[in-house]
Design a protein around this ligand. Sequence first.
Ligand code: PEP
Ligand code: MG
Length: 590
Amino acid sequence: MRNDIIIRGITASPGIAVGPAFLFQESRILFKGTLKPISDIDNEVKKFKAAIKKSKKELNDIKSNLVKKLGFTKANFLDVQLLALEDTWIIDETIKKIRKEKKESVQALLEISKDLLTKFKKIDDPYLRERITDIKDVTNRVIKNLTGSMEQKISFPDKKIILVAEDLSPSDTAQLEKEKVLAFLTNLGGKTSHTAIMARALEIPAVVGLREITENIYPGVKIIVDGYAGVIVVNPTEKTLKNYEKKKKHLQGLEQELLGLRDLPATTVDGHSIDLSANIEFTEDIDSAKKHGAHGVGLYRTEFLYLTQEHLPTEESQYKVYKNIVDKLYPETVIFRTLDLGGDKIFKTNYPENNPFLGWRAIRISLKRKGIFKTQLRAILRTSDRKTVRIMFPMISDLNEIKEAKRTLEEVKGELDKEGIKFDKKIETGIMVEIPSAAILADAFAKESDFFSIGSNDLTQYILAVDRTNELVADLYDHLHPAVLRTIKTVIEAAHRNSIWVGICGEIAGDPLAIPVLIGLGVDELSATPMVIPEVKKVIRTLSFKESKEIARKCIAFSTPGEVRAFLRNIINTKLTKIKELILGEFEEF
Ligand code: PEP
Ligand code: MG
């Protein structure tokens, strides 16, 4: 293999790591049979046939449920999997293997399924290639019924590795063993996919959108992952390793230095203060938020509690987790975002959808599943008696959604009151502005809200019509697009006209390059993933409010994101010379 093969992807989480590649292949098909020859062949075949029968029944049940809920055509996608179970080829070949090679049924099915997948991958027909997922799904279902195991988790070797996968779901990422995974690389994904967001929260370097990385490396090959620049180097020479060691040391040194800002305020040189808070997904993130000098939590993504569990969490189990978070942060405030499932955060009860980001997501689910919504609101309200809790509703696109969500909140308050449970009766209630309709009608929505928090991740994908998780269009996804900046300006002005405060909790709030514009546009609060907070604070403390306003004025007058970026890079290069390499992900000696 050649040395120093450089592959560019999309930076998902900063940091530099070096280690051997560990391939997480074929998505979830990782079960291994015992490989021991079996003695009772007839029994093994019987077991296999029973598992097929059970799988068919499960699929038929799921299908008839879906037909009831979604209609016939929407449930048709399951026919392909049902057909695969009728497919005598897969079944016959598996049985043949069991009989001839005395293989355990799990192992035999895995081998047949892998053969079939390899053949399908070579076919140049997009329809057939899409069936790969169906074959994987159906194989997993039969295996689950053969082994009785639940969904497969990634099992790691006993050493530190660079995890390489086609894709990782947010819940896969949430369950990564931080001590073992030095970094991860994926074929798919974008910078603001929830997998990337999780990587930053876990402080694991990551590069995504590497297209065919799983096809182009072999297990064990040494890889340098440069999460600052979004680049990997496969099979590096000693010289390259040394260079990266130097870059790592230098940038880590800068990061360490910035931690010294922890207790200093996020105030510009001419005295304009910004509330700088943290985005968290789990209780453990609070330590990191504190270490990096965050002022409370501006976005708690509560859905991750649901994503890491088999069943919907009860009121009591939610209350325990929420209370712990509120206590740990007291007297700082916590903004609870109610459930934002859907999109790329799929829970078991989610239905397959053609356009999940435009579909049944967030508040749309909560308002249709009032039981789940009310249970969550009860658990949140019960933590609010010391007035350090706020509630925020995600994905608001229609005024009636805020009204209905608030009506539901009032109902829950009434119930708690009757039960004599203490809570903050005047709890502040805000919305996420992340859908263009909410931004356009911000004046009207502000009248129903105590605060706004701009979700730039979704706002960018909906304004630009670019899927935030799709590496094929990642070059078009840019939160510094002037159209996005102008929309942010509209929202901030509408909030201030209506005397409410406005924050930003999308990834733009943690992008040091964007900070001068956001301050200049007059944002009151920025909430970002903990690890970037010191950099953001450094930028704030370096600039004046006056010059930031001028910077913002210039940025929104540009017509392309490229112009905005070039202009802002220049500002960072001249005003933040000491940490510019950290902000821009570059290193002079490279
Ligand atoms: C956003 O959309 O900007 C946001 C903060 O929410 P999420 O990334 O969880 O969709
Ligand atoms: Mg969002």
